[in-house]
Design a protein around this ligand. Structure first.
Ligand code: ZN
Length: 308
């Protein structure tokens, strides 16, 4: 078994206004770096069509209807100040969910050692009934609930190392102790949530990082807060909300990680997945807005996943 990679051409067709950081070129940069011979053993699969109704695992029907109604027939419309939709955005968002759910199937049914989903739009800012922060639906949250519904997972851990706090994932699981949500993120920074004091039903673990810090504070947060929480929770599946905007080159934040830190964090979570989760590990792309920082970080992350 090897690492599986899900992509789909429609992910390039979710369009944002000129100059917007969350742009199709992000995926082109990832495609280019993973084209290298070092990744020839990757099991590359086009995201399959799934069951659209799984969106309702994390979002109420009237909200889903509002997002669908907002999709334009041409051009680009604003959903909020920094979130937009184009004609193919619905299909892109749904296909991202289909890919994440398929990745969950793969690790539960033994088709892959682990899986990376290179999709956009991202998801972790989407709250139960609010699309925001470049996100329409919360892909990671839906995939966690899908693992519980379809594969009877009792406990799912979502680890979010995107530099922004995943307010949406926290909102969706705020009173649901069957899902552990652990986040490292810069604070203060958009969206403003993610204080240590926000603990939900005891299942929310926030590890805010001060601006201008780097590897040491990130690894300390992982070792002192994230990993012990996973050990205590003993998840049946680990999902990574894998944003790479804590890289030092990223224009949207001021945390100074390098690709080595993403390699290290990936290894730590693989070790925990081996210890608690039958190695079941699914990684979903979130942010990362410097094309070189993103590409090198994804290469380090996927390279580590492939080492098994
Ligand atoms: Zn981010």
């Amino acid at each position: 078994m090897t690492t599986r990679l899900y992509t789909h051409p429609v992910f390039l067709e979710h369009l944002t206004p000129p100059g917007h950081p969350e742009r199709p070129d992000r995926l082109r940069a990832i495609e280019r770096v993973l084209d290298d011979e070092a990744f020839s053993a990757l099991d590359r699969v086009e995201a399959p069509e799934g069951d659209e109704a799984t969106i309702l695992y994390a979002h109420p029907e009237d909200f889903v209807g509002r997002v669908r109604a907002a999709i334009p027939e041409s051009g680009i419309v604003s959903i909020d100040a920094d979130t937009s939709a184009s004609p193919k955005s619905w299909q892109a968002a749904v296909t991202a969910i289909d890919a994440a759910n398929a990745a969950v199937d793969d690790v539960f049914e033994g088709r892959a050692a682990n899986v990376f989903v290179a999709a956009r739009p991202p998801g972790h800012h989407a709250e139960k009934a609010t699309a925001m922060g470049f996100c329409l639906f919360n892909t990671a949250a839906i995939a966690a609930r899908y693992a519980q519904e379809k594969h009877l997972a009792e406990r799912v851990a979502i680890v979010d190392w995107d530099v922004h706090h995943g307010n949406g994932t926290q909102d969706i699981f705020w009173d649901d102790p069957s899902v552990l949500y652990c986040s490292t993120h810069q604070m203060p920074l958009y969206p403003g949530t993610g204080a240590k004091s926000e603990t939900g039903a005891g299942n929310i673990v926030n590890a805010p990082l001060a601006p201008s810090t780097g590897s040491d504070t990130f690894r300390d947060a992982f070792l002192s807060r994230v990993l012990p929480s996973i050990d205590a929770f003993q998840p049946d599946l680990i999902i990574i909300s894998a944003g790479f905007d804590a890289h030092h080159r990223d224009p949207l934040a001021a945390i100074n990680l390098t690709e080595d830190d993403f390699d290290w964090a990936t290894g730590q979570l693989m070790e925990r997945a081996g210890r608690h989760s039958g190695n079941r590990l699914v990684s979903l792309l979130e942010g990362g807005y410097d094309l070189q920082g993103l590409a090198f970080s994804v290469a380090a992350h996927v390279g580590r996943l492939m080492k098994g």
